[in-house]
Write a protein that binds this ligand. Structure first.
Ligand code: MN
Ligand code: MN
Length: 298
């Protein structure tokens, strides 16, 4: 990796960290979720970067993929555990980071455990380490702390302009191919739940985050309205995941959008919830791996 790329990555990491910390300060009982999402995304834009995906706010059993839809009235409930997941793209160099805020003392151990588990996983990262070893460290640490990992959510490699690329980083032990490579970038993101939880997430009916792949859309026969919407989305969001509240006058094209989602022309990311409804905590950092060490950029 060249110095320029390293520099950009570190900048993206700093912006992501700043946005994450801001979100954590804003997460308070009765706060409007849409105001937190918008504040975080505005911070990223003011720093000269783009959100790599809409700001995710996951409350209690919601593990991932919730962002406010247009006009969202959802408020942070009392005594909840709240995750914020932030992505920053700076000239295509991406940083991805998450943290959990507990609004009740009995949930603090859960959120603190996610933070400790992430720290322990990062500690073993350097070139040549099998990714299965990271899964083992995560699972072992989670169990030692008295919680359960979410086995069907994983960390991932990050490449330029590609948030999920190449190698998967498991959150549990067991067979998983691949080794950490020098100069590569990885997002490590343990998700954990209580011992009563299923330790897995399932898709809810609701989806609030979407994406169009330009290659897929150009090869399809679309109606005039669909074509216009697809072009608008591709121009504005550049193949990145987006929220419908980012679309100007969403109400006007809502029907077309919903139809394109239904037909699979627009990809949706359903909200992911713990299968038994137990609370979930998450912590995530983006890490650059070197021969004999690693560097957390977020
Ligand atoms: Mn993330
Ligand atoms: Mn991630």
């Amino acid at each position: 990796m060249g110095e320029d790329a390293l520099d950009k990555l570190r900048q993206a990491g700093q912006i992501a960290r700043k946005a994450r910390e801001e979100a954590c300060r804003l997460i308070k009982e009765a706060a409007l979720v849409i105001e937190i999402c918008e504040a975080v995304e505005e911070t990223i834009r003011l720093e000269g970067a783009k959100p790599a995906f809409p700001c995710n706010i996951g409350i209690n059993e919601v593990a991932a993929h919730y962002t406010s839809p247009p006009g969202d009235q959802l408020r942070i409930p009392p005594r909840s555990v709240v995750k914020v997941d932030v992505g920053v793209s700076l000239d295509g160099y991406i940083a991805d980071t998450a943290a959990t805020v507990a609004l009740a003392p009995e949930l603090e151990q859960l959120s603190e455990a996610a933070r400790i588990v992430l720290q322990e996983a990062v500690r073993v990262m350097r070139a040549g380490v099998p990714v299965s070893k990271i899964g083992l460290v995560i699972q072992g640490t989670v169990h030692k702390l008295g919680f359960k990992p979410i086995r069907n959510l994983t960390g991932h490699e990050i490449k330029r302009n590609k948030l999920h690329a190449g190698t998967t980083i498991p959150n549990v032990g067991g067979a998983c191919p691949g080794k950490l490579e020098p100069g590569h970038i990885y997002a490590i993101e343990p998700f954990i739940t209580t011992m009563r939880g299923a330790g897995e997430v399932v898709s809810a009916k609701l989806a609030t985050i979407f994406r169009i792949e330009s290659e897929k859309i150009t090869s399809r026969k679309l109606r005039e309205g669909e074509k216009r919407l697809a072009q608008y989305i591709i121009e504005k969001f550049d193949n990145l995941p987006y929220a419908t509240r980012w679309i100007d006058n969403y109400e006007r094209i809502k029907d077309v959008h919903e139809k394109m989602v239904k037909l699979g022309r627009i990809q949706q990311y359903p909200v992911l919830v713990e299968r038994l409804g137990e609370p979930v905590a998450q912590a995530e950092h983006t890490v650059i791996v070197f021969e004999d060490r690693c560097e957390v950029i977020t």
